[in-house]
Design a protein around this ligand. Structure first.
Ligand SMILES: Cc1ncc(COP(=O)(O)O)c(C=O)c1O
Length: 436
């Protein structure tokens, strides 16, 4: 059992082993849920602490994949959601509620370009909706894309291993390559380019040049801020660096762990919803909107983001000291609230994070460190101590020599594996950003 999970499982009791067996039989994917992730069945979380069914505690270094920047079970959000669930019944027959209107008004305050907003449950729904709006607004089908936007077909269709038999001709991945983008926009009309800003690899100038190219050819720019919207800075990445996308997509962190996503932006582009159909049953639900209102309150004075930033900086410094002490070619780098760790030897990177979670610190290689405001200094110190032990243990398990110890080569490999940027693009921009 769990043969493809290199480090086996942390399940030690019969209860835990049996829960994993049941999961694999009826619901889990060995590849997506277990292999190289956290092969354990979780029970509950509080703040940044998570417990498995055996009662063993872990520290979450991901904010639950970025969804809960204030930490799981953040009390003011839980209290507000519970009260509103009781008061309102939780769901209404029609989609319009005061809560929905208020969340849209709050987004307009935080993101000045958000003249209008429409709502969904997941980040994938928001990006798919943004693409539909762009097509509907421009009357053009072709969409160019770079970066991760979720699991829907239009986006994953030219990635290997996704099991999609036919190539959708309506979208082309330009792999962050601006020369390819230029060639594609010269050759045909394009509705929009939708990109996820890779803030740790590409500097603001890259994103500005991209915006110019997209707007020069008459296409819309959709900035996928599902990851960055509430985690980069207040107002998201585009506000911080002065970009003016036509649409943005938001989700992670909007409702501190409850499923809510939004497409926000130019009123006329959002207005193209009149020409198509984007109804979704659960926009009638009140609780995610209630969670969003109290989450936005909690984020409004910047204290939580400043804490996340500080924890990120401490982790970056601590991890880099550990790597240097062990003379391992690896680097923790870039924006502290959402930083990456790149190993010159990727296998060592995977093993390192398995050793980390077996010591109670949840992260995976290629995932992104997203510290929550619920971490404590003791959690961060614990993570850095564990990193030293995890690296020693990893070096005993994996041959750490690598073909090319050059940090830029490592960044090229990492970016190619994790967000499919072309090597030339990474070489050109990552040096300019002076990252790893
Ligand atoms: C930039 C970006 N867009 C879209 C998505 C998809 O969001 P979801 O997993 O909620 O569908 C993600 C999820 O990680 C993301 O990081």
């Amino acid at each position: 059992m769990f043969t493809s999970t290199p480090h086996g499982t942390l399940a030690t009791t019969d209860t835990h082993k049996s829960a994993l067996r049941r999961a694999l039989r009826i619901t889990a994917s060995e590849k997506w849920d277990l292999n190289r992730r956290f092969p354990l069945v979780m029970s509950h979380a509080s703040g940044a602490h998570v417990f498995d069914v055996d009662g063993r505690q872990y520290v979450d270094l991901t904010s639950c994949s970025g969804s809960a920047p204030l930490g799981a079970g953040y009390q003011p959000v839980v209290d507000h959601v519970t009260a509103e669930l009781r008061r309102t019944g939780g769901i209404l027959p029609g989609p319009l509620s005061v809560h929905r209107i208020e969340v849209a008004e709050r987004l307009a305050e935080i993101f000045p370009l958000a003249q209008r907003s429409i709502f969904f449950r997941t980040g994938s729904c928001a990006t798919t909706a943004a693409v539909r709006l762009a097509r509907s607004h421009t009357g053009v089908n072709l969409v160019l894309t770079s970066g991760y936007h979720g699991w829907h077909d239009w986006h994953l269709q030219d990635r290997p291993g996704m099991g999609l038999p036919d190539r959708d001709l309506g979208s082309i991945d330009f792999h962050y390559d601006l020369d390819l983008l230029k060639r594609l926009t010269r050759a045909q009309r394009v509705a929009a380019a939708i990109i996820t800003p890779e803030v740790n690899f590409f500097p603001p100038e890259y994103h500005r040049e991209l915006q110019n190219l997209v707007h020069q050819c008459g296409a819309l720019l959709i900035l996928d801020e599902v990851m960055t919207g509430f985690r980069y800075r207040r107002g998201g990445y585009h506000t911080a660096i002065g970009l003016a996308p036509d649409l943005i997509t938001l989700s992670k962190g909007l409702a501190n762990g409850m499923a809510l996503s939004a497409v926000a932006g130019r009123a006329d582009v959002i207005g193209a919803a009149e020409k198509t159909y984007m109804g979704n049953t659960y926009q009638r639900e009140i609780t995610p909107f209630a969670a969003a209102l109290s989450t936005l309150d909690a984020l409004s004075d910047g204290t939580a983001l400043a804490r996340m930033h500080q924890f990120g900086e401490d982790l970056i410094n601590g991890l880099n000291e550990v790597f240097a002490r062990h003379q391992v070619q690896a680097s923790a780098f870039a924006w502290p609230t959402m930083f990456d760790v790149v190993f010159a030897n990727a296998e060592l990177g995977h093993t390192f994070f398995q050793e980390m979670w077996s010591r109670g610190f949840l992260m995976q290689y290629g995932g992104r460190f997203m510290p929550s405001a619920a971490l404590s200094d003791a959690d961060v110190r614990g993570a850095i101590d564990a990193a030293g032990q995890a690296l020693t243990a990893s070096l005993a398990r994996v041959d750490a020599t690598c073909d090319n110890p050059d940090p830029i080569a490592a960044a090229v490999r990492f970016a190619g594996d994790h967000f499919i940027a072309t090597p030339d693009t990474v070489r050109r921009w990552v040096t300019a950003a002076s990252h790893p």
